[in-house]
Design a protein around this ligand. Structure first.
Ligand code: TMP
Length: 217
């Protein structure tokens, strides 16, 4: 049985975690081995990098270039340590964010050169590319409200990304639209303002053709 690599994308507060958990349950219920991962992070090395990127008290001075390289250091480790072996074992890999986040956040959000960004992504992932990417979309105003609620709940643990200003998230949103336009076969735009079961139903419609073996399982 072939492994399948599915990634979830979207801005803050788009409900990715809820939907990933629902999809995982559905796949397991049909007898598929599922590997749940997140970026940045997912491996012990990656989780240390995640802390540096998001929560470290020393990260306020981090440059866009350093951020780009750290994201891809975490990714290079995750691809080789976990994603490739899981796919080789026939598992369904569900990853909360992958390289489209880098294009959207570091490319469009931070304004780094897109050719350089893509070159570094290529080095980090090689041939390991998602089969399907689900892009959960909520408008920037909803995303901002949810982000602020989360910031209040998690205080005093700060998150450097959640501190960014509205203009940054508007550029990230633009980035996601550009990515979608470039690869409509792989990337599916999901309106995530709807009820949770409606969203999970649409996600299943996109995923099901990739996991035909589960139907007999
Ligand atoms: P999250 O796990 O709560 O989504 O936080 C991850 C943060 O990191 C989120 O703000 C998006 C950001 N990010 C990037 O800027 N570039 C990347 O390549 C990835 C994977 C995440």
């Amino acid at each position: 049985m072939n492994g399948v690599f599915i990634t979830f994308e979207g801005t803050e507060g788009s409900g990715k975690s809820t939907q990933i958990a629902l999809l995982e349950e559905r796949l397991r219920g049909r007898g598929r081995g599922v590997r749940l991962l997140r970026e940045p992070g997912g491996t012990p090395i990656g989780e240390e990098i995640r802390h540096t990127l998001k929560h470290s008290p020393h990260n306020r001075a981090m440059t866009g270039e350093a951020e780009l390289l750290l994201m891809n250091a975490s990714r290079a480790q995750l691809v080789r340590e976990l994603i490739r072996p899981a796919l080789a074992a026939g598992e369904v890999v569900l990853c909360d964010r992958f390289y489209d986040s880098t294009v959207a956040y570091q490319g469009y959000g931070r304004g780094l050169d897109l050719t350089e960004v893509n070159r570094i992504i290529d080095f980090a992932v090689g041939e390991t590319r998602p089969n399907l990417t689900l892009l959960l979309h909520v408008p920037p105003s909803i995303s901002e409200t949810r982000r602020k609620i989360r910031q209040r709940q998690t205080e005093p643990a700060r998150d450097r990304f959640e501190e960014a200003e509205r203009a940054f998230f508007d550029r990230v949103e633009q980035g996601y639209r550009a990515i979608l336009a470039a690869e409509p076969q792989r990337i599916k735009w999901i309106d995530a303002t709807r009820e949770i079961p409606v969203i999970s139903g649409e996600i299943w419609q996109w995923v099901e053709p990739w996991v035909p073996a589960v139907m007999g399982g």
